[in-house]
Design a protein around this ligand. Structure first.
Ligand code: ADP
Ligand code: MG
Length: 268
């Protein structure tokens, strides 16, 4: 019998409840049940999409997978190692393997930093990368996303939204991660620019063998890049299929609603 390979990312029974400020003196504080037992895995070199409406828990999944937040219960394993059991030092080193791209290309880049510093920032956490090497690697990363070495000394305000998202992707790429978690990476961009950024992400996937955990409220976006799609509804995965299967034979009523939106959108 062949043994199953350890997944790159394994999420098991993830629960996150947020306590809200107490309204009454007595009794438990009210909670928001953002995630109610989410499980999925990403195999090395494969990409998984998470789709769902606003408030369904997608960004909560992203934060927990990136160890930016702690789960109420459940587990996140990267190559078999429990992420939420790592010490701060271990986590810092482990971060080399998984990076994040955020939705907002304006808010996620520090306006006072040069592009060189922004893109090289994940290297700061890793010991023994000299300033010279940081700059060289930032230039390589910029080249990989279609920007120029002369862009290194510019500031974020000198770029368009699409270019800023390229800078954010260059920053994520610089440690040569195995996994990139991208939370609504094109939602803030003009439709014409969205396809360019998604095509870039697809090229990088092929070139570097990156896996994406791609989060979007838009099924058409994940369809482009993912081998498998998890549909999230009220903090649970209600359907998990290949994009082809979803389009051909969606089971859950909520998925059908999502599909209706895709099929009615102009250009689809
Ligand atoms: P999505 O990204 O799918 O729009 P989120 O994961 O951001 O959804 O949020 C899921 C639910 O959890 C929402 O109801 C949201 O209001 C709630 N939530 C998210 N973060 C917090 C928080 N820090 N405190 C309280 N509630 C939160
Ligand atoms: Mg979100």
């Amino acid at each position: 019998m062949t043994q199953a390979k350890t997944p790159l990312l394994q999420v098991t029974d993830l629960v996150r409840h947020y306590a809200l400020p107490r309204e009454k003196l007595l009794g438990p504080p009210p909670t928001v049940k953002a995630l109610n037992g989410v499980s999925f895995e990403v195999q090395a070199g494969r990409s998984v999409g998470i789709v769902g409406e606003s408030g369904s828990g997608k960004s909560t999944i992203a934060r927990l997978v990136m160890a930016l937040d702690k789960p109420t219960s459940g587990s996140v394993k990267l190559e078999g190692r429990e992420l939420h059991a790592l010490s701060r030092d271990e986590l810092r080193t482990a971060r080399r393997d998984f990076q994040m791209v955020f939705q907002d290309p304006y808010g996620s880049l520090d306006p006072r930093q040069t592009v060189a510093r922004i893109v090289a920032e994940p290297l700061e956490a890793l010991a023994q990368v000299s300033k010279k090497e940081q700059r060289e690697r930032a230039a390589e990363s910029l080249a990989a996303v279609g920007l120029r070495p002369t862009d290194l000394d510019k500031y974020p305000h000198e770029f368009s939204g699409g270019q800023r998202q390229r800078i954010a992707i260059a920053r994520a790429l610089i440690t040569r991660p195995k996994l990139i978690v991208a939370d609504e990476p094109v939602s803030a961009l003009d439709v014409s620019v969205q396809a360019q950024v998604l095509n870039l992400m697809q090229d990088l996937q092929q070139q570097f063998g990156i896996s994406y955990l791609l989060i979007s409220h838009d099924l058409a976006v994940v369809n482009h890049l993912c081998d498998e799609v998890c549909v999230v509804f009220k903090g649970q995965i209600v359907e998990r299929r290949t994009p082809q299967e979803l389009f051909a034979n969606a089971q859950h009523p909520y998925t059908r609603t999502l599909l209706g939106a895709v099929l009615q959108a102009p250009g689809h």
